[in-house]
Design a binder for this molecule. Structure first.
Ligand code: PA5
Length: 469
């Protein structure tokens, strides 16, 4: 199958002929926002040309350094552990699980083509992280510490534990088991890299965590697992060409942002469910959830007014969640908009045999494939939702390949930047995450946070026993 197929964005089920006038958007709505969006798109293109939005240009980076590193280490290590969190982990998981077998880590080194198993323990759960370190042979493991800021508590703690364990297990060669991806300057991790001389890669200047999957942040682990990273970037570049259109009817990123925005703001659909009908694409919904939530959930608009805006992204998985969430989606409050991720072709075809010819209630499945069943169930859910006036759209993957996944990632990143314009907020910061980070520093006794520690202590004392049962 060709690897140059375009993904398609199908929003038929958002229009009034499918979901009615009250819950659908009509052509006039789209033309109106299209006219406004043209100006926003021109602004984005200008900001890009001025170098203010470097994530836009990631498809054109030179990845020879990453490929050389991956090639040089092939066969040397069996395990590659991504040590990062949020934007420094979710894209890595999504790439690995969409483009390699979901059983990759259980396959033999030979079946993996000599490439590494990939682990992304993006949490500081001591049982989980400690258990993983006990499970992995340190002599055969390479750790990639990823942190743009170089000061994230979770990543720093993991790094400290890993470094000590490596020193204890492999001795002076511990540095060969660590590589670092961080900011060029400033961060504490950069200081450590400079002092201790770890192999390192750059998080490009001005590219925030959740927009960094197509930089060394996401590409290094992908290359270590044999994923065609140039194919990913080619897909992103192909989507870039489509996303430069200032006509909303030709620009999938702009149309997606406009639809999501209009449903949220004008139609009271404040929840945005992404539901892949493919296990391979499941973690793309997790990646999207962070991108959409952290970028668009904001208290202040750019003009300083309080807006408390942001749709709530939710992930679901078809068909699994048909047996968990779909009752709510079809009959509960009509406050959601749905995006299906549809795989037109899977990398495997699984025929369903005909066994019980005399039991029609089971035998009707025989002679079909599981592929047909999966896609029939997606269509059926879209139909059921549309029939009960629930707007839904689909991103259709003609196949799941680096080229289509690259397109999808880029489309959603541009969509997010564009949605920021529509909401009038800055999609590239995350001030709401800061308070929790500062409080953690205080609780963990970091110097300079004594005042916050006192505030936390007072706050702790104000808790009353009677509110605990
Ligand atoms: O998108 C973001 O900016 C965040 O989710 C960060 O990626 C996350 O907080 C981790 O930050 P860092 O890479 O600085 O350790």
């Amino acid at each position: 199958m060709s690897n140059k197929k375009n993904i398609r964005f199908d929003f038929n089920n958002m229009m009034p002929d499918r979901v009615g006038e009250e819950h659908g958007l009509c052509l006039a709505d789209l033309q109106k926002i299209g006219a406004k969006s043209k100006g926003y798109m021109e602004e984005l293109l200008l900001e890009r040309a001025e170098g203010k939005l470097p994530f836009f240009d990631l498809p054109y980076q030179d990845v020879s350094g990453i490929l050389k590193f991956a090639d040089g280490n092939k066969g040397r290590f069996e395990n590659f552990v991504v040590v990062g969190i949020g934007g420094s982990a979710l894209g890595n998981i999504a790439l690995q699980n969409s483009l390699n077998s979901l059983l990759w880590n259980e396959m033999s080194q030979e079946d993996r083509g000599g490439f590494c198993r990939i682990y992304v323990p993006d949490n500081v759960d001591p049982e989980y992280f400690g258990g993983l370190l006990e499970h992995l042979d340190p002599r055969r493991t390479l750790f990639n510490i990823i942190s743009k800021s170089g000061a994230t508590a979770e990543t720093s703690a993991q790094f400290l534990i890993i470094r000590k364990r490596l020193e204890e297990s492999v001795g002076r060669s511990f540095k060969d088991h660590i590589c670092v991806t961080t900011d060029k300057k400033g961060g504490l991790l950069r200081k450590i890299v400079d002092a201790e001389g770890y192999e390192n890669f750059l998080v490009p200047d001005g590219v925030g965590g959740r927009f960094s999957v197509l930089s060394p942040v996401g590409l290094l682990s992908a290359a270590m697992a044999g994923i065609d990273i140039q194919g990913l970037l080619d897909g992103a570049a192909a989507m870039d060409a489509r996303c430069k259109a200032v006509d909303i009817f030709k620009n999938p990123a702009m149309m997606n942002a406009a639809l999501q925005y209009l449903f949220d703001v004008n139609k009271g659909k404040r929840i945005s469910v992404m539901m892949p009908y493919s296990n391979a694409l499941r973690d793309m919904a997790d990646w999207y959830r962070q991108l959409w939530a952290e970028s668009l959930g904001k208290r202040f608009a750019l003009d300083g007014s309080e807006v408390f805006c942001g749709p709530t992204p939710v992930k679901a998985l078809g068909t699994t969640d048909q047996h968990s969430q779909v009752q709510l989606y079809v009959e509960g409050p009509n406050d959601k908009v749905f995006t299906f991720l549809v795989a037109e072709n899977f990398r495997k075809e699984l025929p369903i045999p005909s066994v019980y010819k005399d039991i029609e209630g089971i035998d009707y499945l025989g002679g079909h494939t599981m592929n047909e069943l999966m896609n029939a169930e997606q269509k059926a859910t879209a139909f059921a939702l549309a029939s009960s006036r629930r707007p839904n759209c689909s991103v259709v993957f003609p196949e799941i390949s680096p080229f289509t996944v690259g397109q999808f990632i880029y489309m959603y990143e541009v969509s997010t930047a564009f949605a920021g314009k529509l909401y009038g907020i800055n999609p590239f910061d995350q001030p709401g995450v800061e308070e929790g980070k500062l409080a953690t520093f205080a609780l963990m006794g970091r110097k300079g946070y004594e005042e916050k520690a006192r505030e936390m202590e007072e706050w702790g004392k104000s808790a009353k026993d009677r509110w605990v049962i």
